[in-house]
Design a protein around this ligand. Structure first.
Ligand code: 3PG
Length: 210
């Protein structure tokens, strides 16, 4: 059976905000601010103690958001985020045991890769869209252009070093479905509760794919 296809999800917006939420009370206003700016697909990273609760709160209280989990490193992480209501899963890299768990989990996944061999292994496992991470540090645009011909069936969501400035070059490539980035939710804006600024940044990012 084919694995759940993340493409329809990624067609909703050109940019997936990569969110690190330290204070649980920020989760819902942050998600609302991003949705209001036109970015409904949100990746909450498992990098803070409240990440799972943040996913659950967004899933419960922001129906227009499509909340997923990032920085999923192993099957235990996966079970926790699925329990919290994550609607898609992102991993920075994909050891074989995680690939198996992602393939069996029933929701769309963007398994991480940074090399051609990793991409080929994941394609063979049935994944159609991969996270290319860390994008800028691993070859960026040149890597993605280089693999388009040898790996014609694969699509990528690059993250790591993507900015408002370089995102248009990535989004112009035919093998890119969306980009991920933390720039739309800067730490200082979150710390000061400046959700209006986050909405403005989201609006700017949402316009990247006209
Ligand atoms: C990720 O997990 O995808 C990255 O840490 C996001 O990278 P950025 O902070 O460079 O956007």
């Amino acid at each position: 059976m084919p694995l759940p296809d993340p493409t329809p999800l990624l067609a909703k917006a050109p940019v997936i905000p990569v969110l690190t939420i330290s204070r649980l009370e920020d989760a819902v206003p942050l998600a609302r601010a991003l949705v209001e700016g036109g970015l409904p697909v949100l990746e909450v990273t498992l990098r803070t103690p409240v990440a799972c609760e943040a996913i659950a709160a967004i899933a419960r209280e922001v129906p227009d958001a499509m909340v997923g989990a990032g920085t999923v490193l192993n099957a235990d992480d996966l079970a926790r985020v699925l329990g919290a209501g994550a609607k898609f899963i992102v991993s920075p890299g994909t050891p074989a045991t995680l690939a198996d768990a992602l393939a069996a989990c029933g929701v769309p996944a963007l398994p991480g890769c940074a090399t051609v061999s990793e991409a080929m292994t994941l394609a063979r496992r049935g994944f159609q869209v991969l996270k290319f991470f860390p994008a800028e540090a691993s070859g960026g645009l040149r890597w993605l252009k280089s693999v388009a011909d040898p790996l014609p069936k694969l699509k990528f969501c690059p993250t790591g070093g993507i900015t408002l400035q370089n995102a248009p070059d990535y989004l112009a490539l035919p093998n890119i479905v969306a980009v991920g980035g933390s720039w739309v939710a800067p730490k200082d804006a979150l710390a000061s509760g400046d959700f209006a600024r986050i909405t403005a940044l989201a609006r700017e990012a949402a316009r990247l794919r006209a």
